[in-house]
Design a binder for this molecule. Structure first.
Ligand SMILES: [Mn+2]
Length: 385
């Protein structure tokens, strides 16, 4: 298990290159992954703020970001869940917080591939948005960082959040954002650190650093640096927004308590299947910020309470697809997905990180979803033997 992730700095040459290319573009489409989360939104908003300041025309393209901190209800934003993508060929696209086609829908892939120039800032491991992605995968010395070739696609998988990379980009370029942008980046970083088991919230809503964070000096330093940009009150509103489990309705509470009782096991995988048409799920409004937080919390708790399990997954319907979200305590997520692809389903759309990931099948037809779930379960059964 690699616990020595360290947040690399960005070389001055690389930062200046990205700065120059983006600021001088005719138009920048800042693209976020499907089911846009806090980290993607924070990174996109920070870059948008900067480009706007430089008078570079830009727009954020996201998908269902309305639950995120600082979601712009108006302004330069296009939500692919409610609006069509532009018909004209994009000039410059910046993929933010993703580099894999498995994280975006087909129409967004097509849009990106038409762009005159593609740039990317990301921290995920499985990039394929352009053919030759060479992510930084370990912590490097300043000398090694400075010797890296300059690239359009800047992927540092040693970083625990894209917000952290954007923050370092700003620091390297000497850019000082206003408080609301620091809050945004603090939000993105906190949320991804929580997802990566570096942070959890205590009963009084405060994020506390976990063992993984304490072993990771650079990430820890980076987090302290962003904390120090904000007054406690400015951090508190963000943490309150993020800690959705502290504000559940009775029905949401019931759902939370029901998940452990619904869990089944195959080999070292624990899983819950929520079928399309599940009444309780529909009553809660389906997949949203709260149900997603409840399911995430369930996966982590189930791993902690069931030492025999390696991974815990939930299968659930979203608007037009059926999804899996999974956590692994032994960093087996991508290996498991690869096994399923190799043995049972070469078309499996799934990815993420070694310790947590997700996938989907673009259908809610029961026979298709059932087959898809069974392929993953059969794969897990063999994989964990
Ligand atoms: Mn992220």
């Amino acid at each position: 298990m690699n616990i020595n992730f360290q947040a690399n700095p960005i070389s001055k040459k690389q930062a200046q290159f990205l700065n120059q290319k983006l600021v001088n573009a005719n138009y920048v489409d800042i693209i976020c992954h499907s089911l846009t989360d806090e980290d993607a939104m924070a990174s996109a908003k920070a870059i948008q703020w900067y480009l706007k300041k430089q008078h570079t025309p830009q727009r954020i393209i996201l998908n269902h970001g309305e639950d995120t901190w600082g979601y712009p209800h108006k302004g330069r934003i296009l939500d692919t869940a409610v609006s069509e993508l532009p018909k004209e060929r994009p000039d410059t696209v910046l993929c933010i917080d993703f580099s894999s086609t498995s994280r975006i829908s087909k129409n967004v892939i097509d849009y990106i591939k038409q762009a005159k120039k593609i740039f990317c800032i990301d921290h995920h491991e499985d990039g394929d948005i352009v053919p030759d992605i060479h992510p930084i995968t370990r912590s490097l010395s300043q000398k090694e960082i400075d010797a890296l070739p300059i690239t359009n696609i800047y992927v540092d998988t040693s970083a625990k959040s894209c917000s952290g990379i954007v923050m370092r980009l700003f620091k390297t370029l000497g850019i000082t954002p206003p408080v609301r942008i620091w809050q945004q980046l603090f939000c993105g970083m906190t949320d991804d650190l929580r997802k990566n088991h570096c942070i959890k919230y205590n009963e009084t809503l405060n994020p506390i650093k976990l063992e993984l964070m304490n072993k990771d000096q650079y990430t820890s330093d980076l987090y302290s640096a962003i904390e120090s940009e904000l007054f406690p009150k400015e951090r508190e509103v963000v943490v309150k927004h993020l800690n959705v489990l502290a504000n559940l309705s009775p029905d949401e509470m019931k759902f939370k308590e029901s998940l452990p009782t619904r869990m089944k096991k195959t080999a070292k995988l624990g899983y819950v299947v929520i079928p399309d048409g599940d009444k309780e799920w529909a009553n809660l409004g389906g997949d949203n910020k709260k149900t997603s937080a409840i399911m995430g919390n369930f996966r982590l708790n189930a791993l902690e309470n069931n030492p025999e399990l390696d991974s815990v997954a939930v299968f659930y319907p979203v608007k037009d697809a059926y999804r899996i979200s999974i956590h692994s305590k032994n960093n087996n997520v991508l290996k498991l997905f690869d096994y399923v692809k190799e043995k049972f389903n070469p078309d499996l759309q799934a990815g993420g990180h070694e310790n947590r990931g997700g996938g989907y099948v673009q259908s809610l037809a029961p026979h298709i979803c059932e087959k898809w779930v069974n392929e993953i379960l059969k794969g897990a059964e063999e994989f964990y033997k």
